[in-house]
Ligand binder design. Structure first.
Ligand code: MSP
Length: 645
């Protein structure tokens, strides 16, 4: 029998830059899935992490003058901290530079080599560094651009190990045929089937043109192709091994649910290469693939060059975490793209969060306090004509939400929950509690209405908890729900016997003024554009800096260097020594302006000849921006002599 386990994974993110709301969507939706399964009692293992090898990362590190390891350490740290802020509850954060992963990849590669599923050949092709993938001529865009990201590809030729994809294509087609729900949604499954049917060429799975990767154990000139390396993370994280007590046995081999969640752009790698690797490794294909679309901006794809990238903090710092988590999951239907825009976000915030769920909670709690001193008691019998319908709608919503959340349809699940919320809000208008309250004979009917609202809210809090953990917490607190009534088993109408709610609740979502918000966001974006990041030379250490000997010197004489409009020749007295220094400040200072100044001199700079004149040291000068005039750094003139360090 299968264990009641759930293993859910995000793709591992390239460690070359910051994670934006697009990648955050994947992590948040997987988090909701993991939380929901924990709630349902599944022993759940949620994996995310970083894809840290490859040419792209090697080049990004070189550009910054740091090692790839330093770059990936930095990005991994920042990403982990972002996930913490977004309340992501992963059980493990894998990095492909982890030692156990490296060993796992090396072993797997050797195993496939020994079985002749991998063989040595040579490859010439058009390679996209950004996507770390080769493309055939027919796949390339205009001017040999990458069909996925549009950037130019490079012609690359190298000896290379190949994975025999062709050998497995019939077996894979058969597998997909026998497992109709292997890839969801169906449109993506069809895409995969036609890709395989169009003929699979063997895949080049090693590289010799760069170093930053996992060396092939038996032939270390080669590093393992980054996608083979990356895909194996899903097994490394489970301590993939033959032993019976590993997580691999528990969550993968004998697990009930193994779910990989990926964006549409990386479908081929997960739906074709990965299952074939598993067949070659003799690992059961136990997983299911959910393929989602992209979060787009109104003007298309998010990209640094078009300056339209939105980071989670941009949203959460103004509107809190749950509104972002809700918006992303509510807007994105499985398989299709969704648009992120602030006006749509604010609309949803006001309608769904401030009005629907927020108002239902605050109105209900305040009425329960007003009419019953905060006490809610389960009625002995029900008399109000609308109660039954509310109960029916709630119970249906529970069933449909469960179906949706269990099958990764978060948009559908949230629509179902909001149906119940909408029904409860309508129930208030139908039952008019303020009129019932005027009639002492209607006291028990009024209690029934309050109880019904309470039970809808308690159920809603449980259901939204995987998506909006803070909101659920606030609701449980306001409704004073004991922990046994916050569980999956306690879902359903009528489980509460009696309870006293909190006297007062703060609004969970304060209504936003659309125009004011949009203006503020625009202003923020303008300001952010104005503050361009400094383009710096590679970082130096304090030890590097310590090599510089800075001294204060007094300028005794200064004259123009003949034939140059940039250079001044200065005689500078440092302690008892007089130095000749040639300095490029003639455009900013007349010679006579320099005389008498106390300046800072790099005193141990190797002497050079400039236009035939010896320069023994350098005078420090700086400017705010490239447009500003250069200014010499001066030391307090009152002091006859000073030593800077
Ligand atoms: N490193 C590979 C994955 C290896 S998994 C074995 C990779 N990394 S990535 O950082 O480029 O992308 C990671 C995920 O983020 C992909 O699933 C991709 O679809 C997703 N997204 C990137 N931009 C996105 C949006 N704008 N919207 C939604 N998802 C997006 O590919």
């Amino acid at each position: 029998m299968k264990n009641k386990t759930c293993y859910v994974t995000t793709p591992i993110y390239y460690a070359s830059g910051n994670v934006h709301i697009g990648n955050s969507y994947t992590t948040i939706v997987c988090d909701a899935f993991a939380r929901y399964h924990r709630l349902k009692g599944y022993d759940t293992f949620y994996l995310t992490g970083m894809d840290e090898h490859g040419l792209k990362i090697e080049e990004a590190a070189a550009k910054r003058g740091i090692t790839p390891q330093e770059l990936t350490d930095e990005v991994a740290l920042a990403t982990k901290s972002l996930w913490k802020d977004l309340k992501v509850t992963h059980d493990y954060f894998i990095r492909t530079t982890d030692l156990n992963h490296i060993e796992n990849v090396q072993k797997a590669f050797e195993k496939m080599l020994a079985n002749d599923d991998i063989y040595l050949g040579s490859y010439e092709g058009d390679y996209c560094v950004s996507c770390e993938a080769y493309f055939t001529k027919t796949q390339l865009g205009e001017n040999n651009t990458c069909p996925d990201c549009g950037k130019p590809t490079r012609r690359v030729s190298e000896p290379c190990y190949f994975l025999r994809l062709s050998k497995y294509s019939d077996k894979l087609l058969k597998f997909i045929d026998e497992h109709p729900d292997f890839i969801e949604p169906e449109s993506r499954r069809n895409e995969v089937v036609s890709f395989i049917k169009s003929g699979l060429e063997d895949l080049c799975v090693s590289r010799t043109t760069f170093k930053w990767g996992i060396p092939v154990l038996s032939d270390p000139k080669h590093v393992v192709y980054v996608w083979i390396d990356a895909l194996l993370n899903y097994l490394s994280a489970l301590n993939y091994s033959e032993s019976n007590d590993s997580n691999y046995q528990k969550y993968w081999v004998n697990g009930e649910k193994v779910v990989h969640v990926v964006g549409k752009d990386i479908l081929r790698f997960h739906a074709v290469y990965w299952p074939i690797m598993l067949m070659a490794l003799d690992v059961p294909i136990n997983f299911k693939l959910y393929v989602h679309g992209w979060i787009l901006m109104k003007n298309g794809k998010m990209s640094k060059s078009s300056g339209n990238v939105v980071y989670p903090k941009d949203v959460t710092s103004r509107y809190g975490l749950d509104s972002l988590r809700y918006y992303l999951l509510r807007e994105m239907p499985l398989g299709n793209d969704a648009i992120f825009s602030y006006d749509r976000f604010i609309e949803r915030y006001n309608a769904d969060l401030a009005n629907d769920i927020g108002n239902l909670l605050s109105r209900s709690v305040s009425m329960i306090n007003k009419y019953f001193n905060g006490e809610v008691v389960k009625p002995v019998s029900y008399v109000n004509q609308f109660t039954l319908d509310v109960e029916k709608v709630l119970n249906e919503s529970l069933k449909k939400t469960d179906e949706a959340f269990s099958n990764f349809r978060f948009q559908n699940g949230l629509i179902e929950i909001w149906n119940a919320i909408g029904r409860a809000n309508k129930y208030i208008d139908e039952t008019t509690p303020w009129i019932l309250a005027k009639d002492e004979a209607k006291k028990s009917e009024l209690n029934e209405v309050m109880y019904t609202l309470y039970e809808v809210l308690r159920n809603v809090a449980i259901l939204v908890s995987p998506v909006m953990p803070d909101t659920a917490y606030k609701m449980f607190l306001a409704l004073n729900v004991t922990s046994d009534l916050q569980t999956f088993a306690s879902l359903g109408f009528g489980k509460t016997i009696s309870v006293k709610v909190l006297e007062k609740v703060e609004p969970m979502f304060v209504r936003l003024d659309m125009n004011k918000e949009l203006a503020a966001i625009e202003k923020e974006q303008e300001e952010a554009k104005a503050v361009k990041k400094l383009e710096l030379k590679p970082e130096i250490t304090i030890e590097d800096f310590d090599k510089i000997d800075l001294r204060v010197g007094k300028v005794l004489e200064a004259k123009r260097l003949e034939g140059s409009d940039k250079l001044l020749v200065l005689q500078v007295k440092i302690e008892d020594e007089v130095r000749q220094i040639v300095s490029g400040i003639a455009k900013n200072y007349k010679p006579e302006e320099m005389v008498g100044k106390y300046v800072v001199v790099v005193a141990n700079l190797k002497p050079v000849k400039l236009r035939g004149v010896i320069s023994n040291g350098m005078i420090l000068a700086a400017s705010g921006t490239a447009k500003d005039a250069l200014e010499v750094i001066e030391i307090n003139k009152e002091r006859e002599y000073a030593k800077v360090k």
